[in-house]
Design a protein around this ligand. Structure first.
Ligand SMILES: O=C(O)CCC(=O)C(=O)O
Ligand SMILES: [Fe+2]
Length: 214
C-alpha cells in the first residue's frame, strides 16, 4: 500500500534499524520472481519439521545452507541446497550500509525465504544457530506482517510490534543481534499490486553462518 503519510526510518532498539519502503516496486517484483524460482524443487520450499513432531506454519526455502532446527546443513531431503546468489550479497551489503553507515565487510552466505499465507505465524525465537554475530538483514514482500521485536533476555515483555510492509528493510545486529522476535499475524489484502504476488507475505533474511565455505 502506498502510505499517505510517509513512514519514517525507525531505530526501535539499539542495533535495530527499520527502513520503510527500502525496495522500490521494480526491485520487489524482481525479488518475488527470484523467490518463485528458488521455491521450485529440487531443495524447494517446504514446511520445516520441528523436533517435537509438528511443522512450522510458514513454508521455507533456504539458499547457501539449509536451516533445520537447530543447525545449518548442506542438503535437504537428500538434495543439495541451492547456492547463495550474488544478488543477495549485493543487497545485503547495501542494507547494512544504509542501516549502520558502513557494511563492515558483510558477507552473508545463508538466506531463509519464508512464505506466510493468511494464517501463518512465527513464534518468538532468537536467530542463534549462526556462528557469526554479523547482522541479520530482513526484507519483506507482499502482505504486511506484524513483527514482534522483543528483548534479548527472554520471550516476555517488553516488546514492540512493528508493521513490516512490502519493500521494508529491517536490520538487527550489534547489541540486538540475539533479540527475540517473531511474526504474530499477517494482514491479508494489504500487499501492493504490480509485484507479482497475489496474496501472502514473503520474508527473506540474510545471515552470515560463520561456517566454513566448503
Ligand atoms: O518473517 C519475518 O519477518 C521474520 C522471519 C524470521 O524471524 C526468521 O526467518 O528467522
Ligand atoms: Fe528469526
Amino acid at each position: 500500500m502506498t502510505a499517505l503519510i510517509p513512514r519514517p526510518r525507525g531505530e526501535p532498539a539499539d542495533g535495530v534499524v527499520h527502513i520503510p519502503g527500502w525496495l522500490d516496486t521494480d526491485r520487489q517484483a524482481e525479488l518475488v520472481d527470484a523467490c518463485r524460482e528458488w521455491a521450485r524443487p529440487p531443495a524447494g520450499m517446504r514446511h520445516i519439521r520441528l523436533p517435537g513432531g509438528g511443522v512450522m506454519s510458514v513454508r521455507t526455502v533456504c539458499l547457501g545452507w539449509h536451516w533445520e532446527p537447530y543447525r545449518y546443513v548442506r542438503e535437504v531431503g537428500g538434495e543439495p541446497v541451492k547456492p547463495f546468489p550474488p544478488l543477495l550479497t549485493e543487497l545485503g551489503r547495501r542494507a547494512v550500509t544504509d542501516s549502520y553507515g558502513q557494511d563492515g565487510g558483510y558477507a552473508p552466505d545463508v538466506a531463509l525465504v519464508n512464505f506466510y499465507d493468511d494464517t501463518a505465524k512465527m513464534g518468538l525465537h532468537q536467530d542463534r544457530d549462526e556462528r557469526s554475530m554479523a547482522p541479520v538483514v530482513s526484507l519483506s514482500l507482499g502482505d504486511t506482517g506484524v513483527f514482534r521485536l522483543g528483548n534479548t533476555a527472554g520471550r516476555g515483555r517488553p516488546w514492540t510490534d512493528l508493521h513490516l510492509e512490502s519493500g521494508d528493510l529491517l536490520v538487527f545486529g550489534g547489541p540486538s543481534r540475539l533479540v527475540y522476535h517473531g511474526v504474530t499475524k499477517i494482514l491479508p489484502g494489504t500487499g501492493p499490486g504490480g509485484i507479482g504476488l497475489d496474496g501472502g507475505r514473503l520474508n527473506i533474511t540474510l545471515r552470515e553462518s560463520g561456517l566454513p565455505r566448503s
